[in-house]
Design a protein around this ligand. Structure first.
Ligand SMILES: Nc1ncnc2c1ncn2[C@@H]1O[C@H](COP(=O)(O)OP(=O)(O)O)[C@@H](O)[C@H]1O
Ligand SMILES: [Mg+2]
Length: 531
């Protein structure tokens, strides 16, 4: 038989599609043709496969080899088809048995010496293979742990082409050296746990109101804007937010891991992301790094890597306008669509957004005796960089001033640490999960205004109070909806069944950076106020 057939997976965003790979050896001058909309990176596969086959001690057919990838209408790119192509050719040549690979999915990039290199996206590709009914996937050994998290499909890990050939022939596999993974835990400086496992909420002294804002943001999945002069502790506060969030649920964990797999940042020794990710891209990072993109293969950026976690834009006004504008799509839809000339990719991007900003370009415009010399116009321009539509989607806005020395001293030992606050957040999230079970929402921050008003209204006194402020123009209609969501989170944190007037007042204060009751949320009754 001169026809070999196997399968591979092509990825569009995080969704994979199984692709048939057929190899035909026909008469004609020695040549290899690859058809089925391959791009340049995939076309290079021809040379890699040929070299790898020869260097693995096998024979490359000295005739015309045609490899077709179907469906032919689907554009394909990347190097993950190498293994499938090489083995389809060897099967067509009769060098390996054709049957075992016919229904298997084969993934991996070949080095010229035949080593099988790691490729990005093995986790979502394996998911797609399992969903398409495939029973077996053959992957580079270094990607095997991530493929292994998918249920219902058996994973065959191989180090090299000769290893794969030996397995198919039922021979003893060669003793090849291990291949480098794409990413290891060490070189992932952003990888949540390492960065913030040592950060405790108790490190933040003073700032009772700002601390509460962070707690509410964590409890209800609310977006947060912190504004204040340099050194006020904005970065400190934001970095401690992910530590307050509970572990990812299994489904979310798989979603996040799939995105990280495509980005090639999933460590080989920790294939499942179980903690909410924390991404804090620098404002000088490229658009592709933040939003996602790339010329040939579209890769997710920080916005998608922060899926189900926290995206922190420190010094937000310093970010490029189109980065800030690009936030609108994920904030509205929870996903981001990146279009290129021939294709587009959609990645999930559902995160808690934290923005931090100085009050003005020089950062000194705060307090009574402000030394700021920025002009009004400069301040205005600086503020306007984070546009209305983005600001509008922020639930909590808080002005932060530097702590005074005596505040730091007085409080030693008295502030709540991460574990205490996180347990309150977990309890509040449990209440929300129960309330919203059977709906697409999990936390208050996700529930649309109309649904909230119709199904989970706040107490009439609270609603009437908010209505007055709306009528007086103190808050916009959208702002009022955000306040209702916040009121629910406040109630959930306090363990109250339904938001009353007090909760709505707190929500209003959270939204507009007004003083908050000191006793909240742990003690009743609501008493003195703190700035
Ligand atoms: N509330 C606070 N409690 C303890 N240390 C603080 C506080 N605010 C600021 N600091 C100290 O100041 C440094 C700068 O804080 P940072 O969070 O970077 O401020 P910002 O981001 O507002 O400029 C921190 O590393 C910390 O040492
Ligand atoms: Mg900072």
């Amino acid at each position: 038989m001169s026809l070999g057939r196997t399968r591979a997976v092509t990825l569009e965003g995080v969704r994979g599609r199984v692709v048939e790979v057929e190899a035909d050896i026909g008469s004609g001058l020695p040549k290899m043709v690859l058809v089925g909309l391959p791009d340049t990176s995939l076309n290079e596969s021809k040379d890699r496969c040929r070299a790898a086959v020869i260097n693995s001690g096998e024979t490359w057919p000295n005739r015309r080899v045609t490899v077709a990838l179907s469906p032919a209408s689907l554009p394909k790119s990347g190097s993950q088809y190498d293994l499938a192509i090489a083995l389809a050719v060897l099967a067509a040549a009769g060098a390996v048995p054709a049957e075992p690979i016919r229904d298997a999915v084969l993934l991996g990039e070949l080095a010229l010496d035949g080593r099988l290199r790691a490729v990005p996206g093995v986790l979502p590709a394996t998911l797609a293979a399992a969903q398409a009914g495939c029973r077996r996937v053959m992957v580079p050994e270094v990607n095997a742990t991530e493929a292994g998290v998918v249920d219902g499909i058996s994973v065959v890990a191989v180090r090299s082409l000769s290893h794969a050939v030996a397995l198919l022939r039922g021979e003893e596999p060669p003793d090849d050296p291990p291949v480098e993974p794409l990413a290891t835990t060490e070189n992932l400086s952003w990888q949540g746990e390492d960065r913030w496992s040592g950060l405790d909420f108790a490190d933040v002294r003073g700032q009772p109101a700002a601390r509460r804002c962070v707690e509410v943001a964590a409890a209800g999945g609310h977006h947060l804007f912190l504004e204040g002069p340099p050194g006020a502790g904005k970065t400190m506060l934001a970095e401690r937010l992910p530590g307050l969030l509970p572990d990812l649920e299994p489904e979310a964990s798989l979603e996040v891991s799939a995105v990280h797999s495509i980005a090639g940042v999933l460590p080989a020794d920790a294939p499942l992301v179980t903690r909410p990710p924390f991404l804090d891209p620098h404002h000088t990072a490229s658009i592709a790094a933040i939003v996602g993109g790339g010329s040939r293969i579209i890769r997710p950026g920080a916005m998608s890597l922060a899926h189900r976690g926290v995206l922190f834009l420190d010094e937000a006004p310093e970010f490029a306008c189109h980065v800030l504008e690009a936030l609108r799509q994920p904030l509205e839809r929870g996903s981001i669509c990146i279009g290129r000339a021939e294709r587009s990719a959609t990645f999930p991007a559902h995160f808690v957004l934290v923005l931090a900003a100085n009050p003005c370009p020089c950062g000194l415009d705060f307090g009574k005796d402000a030394r700021c010399e920025c002009t009004q116009a400069a301040k205005r321009r600086y503020k306007d960089r984070v546009s209305g539509p983005v600001r509008d989607r922020i639930d909590i806005y808080r002005k932060v001033e530097p702590v005074r020395r005596h505040e730091v001293r007085d409080e030693l030992g008295g502030v709540e640490g991460t574990s205490v606050v996180a347990s309150r957040v977990a309890a509040a999230r449990a209440r929300q999960q129960q309330r919203y079970s059977g709906t697409p929402w999990r936390v208050n921050g996700e529930v649309p205004g109309p649904a909230l008003r119709a199904t989970w209204p706040v107490h009439a006194t609270g609603a009437a109070w908010l209505e007055e402020h709306l009528a007086a123009g103190h808050i916009s209609a959208r702002g009022a909806d955000r306040a209702l969501r916040l009121a629910w989170t406040v109630a959930d944190l306090r363990g109250d069944d339904r938001p009353m007037l007090d909760h709505v007042k707190i929500a209003y204060a959270l939204r507009l950076s007004e003083p908050l009751p000191a006793a909240w949320p742990t003690d009743l009754p609501l008493a003195a106020e703190v700035a």
